[in-house]
Design a protein around this ligand. Sequence first.
Ligand code: NAP
Length: 417
Amino acid sequence: MSDRKRVCIIGAGPCGMAALRNFSQSALDVRPEVVCYEKQNTWGGLWNFTWLTGRWTNGDDDLRKYIKFNTVVRNVVYNDASQNFTVVSTDLKAGVSSTEVFSHVIVAVGIFNVPNKPHFDGIDTFEGRIMHSHDFRDAKEFKGQRVLVVGASYSAEDLAMQCLKFGAKSAICTWRTKPMGFKWPKGIEERPLLLRLDSNTAYFKDGSSAKVDAILLCTGYRYAFPFLEDRLRLQSGLTMYPDDLYKATLWLRSGGGRLFYMGLQDQYFSYTMFETEAIWTCRYIMGTIPGEPKSQAEMRADAENWVARRKELKGPHDDIDFQADFIADLSAAVGYKPEAKKVADMFHKWEHDKDADIVSYRDQSFQSVFTGTVAPTLKSTWWRAFDDSKEAFVKNIQPPDSKSRYATQSCPPMERH
Ligand code: NAP
């Protein structure tokens, strides 16, 4: 292998694309050779799902030459002696496998691919539909039904509300650690954990039971990196700052300081964080961050500080500040200004809106801290808007002004919340 660095990016979702773009825009004398493997036939990953993500196709077309589409990475091992990685991939169309050697690997495969599907006693006797939130597309399918929602996080709230809005008879949300505690509209209630099912009867931890027609598992996702050898594979579950990662990206346990993960944390920030991680990771690999690389002991101490702070987090508001501080720390190291604190203020407002009124919080309009653009408001409320198509959305919006139903707040357009 020549002295030129050779970087393998696994995944062409938002993180992989951000890394690709940063490499492609860097100075020629430090720019490594880059190959990106993407198992789908296009980029965007999870975010390729809707008309909202059309920007990928337009904006980054010149990045296409770096990506091997329809190509799945099967195996990644680190070679201690030569301090590089052997990567085996398969071109799914041609059915041909190949082996290449890289100096660095960036794992950017996303974290919402593999649904966590817990088992409940008697679930095999249930006669209705069982679906994970990952596969949920159309709430109308649950019209007239009594829905059991398992989980007490963002998907649980989202799906319970969507189902009720589109005509479900009722929704029971069952929690394990803590109820969501919103002021629910009539038709939604929360109960302690589901213990078992007997045909269509669900039995809960408080001794109550209820007949249900469908079960929606809003039970989150599992990390899955089956292509990585064991010592390279992240061990912790979904969290605000995984163990053993310097700056939440550089794997400390093995891989010679040359293996990186991106976009692993549970997310309040999305694109802002991905872009910050991409800038940091690319510049780290190219050796252009002042003061880096640090010693293993310094990197470990830094990571352990973040993990210690993570363990003290008490809820969404703490999580938001934690993630804003993480982004501020990472971006300061590379001179990037993603306005993390200002964006965090918007997330706090968003959480307060939810607590104040779970039915209307989606109607708020926000202003981008990046462009200053204020999102239009809806003519009819979200609760009354039944057509999710782009055309209906465009018809239903009105320019924001002082007479709109809600005061305008700020939110970058690409954030998920
Ligand atoms: P999540 O945040 O990981 O929550 C999983 C939920 O499932 C938790 O309440 C968890 O309970 C529960 N759970 C897991 N295993 C269980 C079991 N065996 N029995 C009972 N309950 C169990 O997953 P998510 O809600 O799907 O969210 C995933 C990501 O998507 C998040 O980053 C979220 O922000 C995002 N998202 C955003 C929106 C939005 O912005 N509107 C909507 C949907 C999703 P414990 O608390 O007890 O572990």
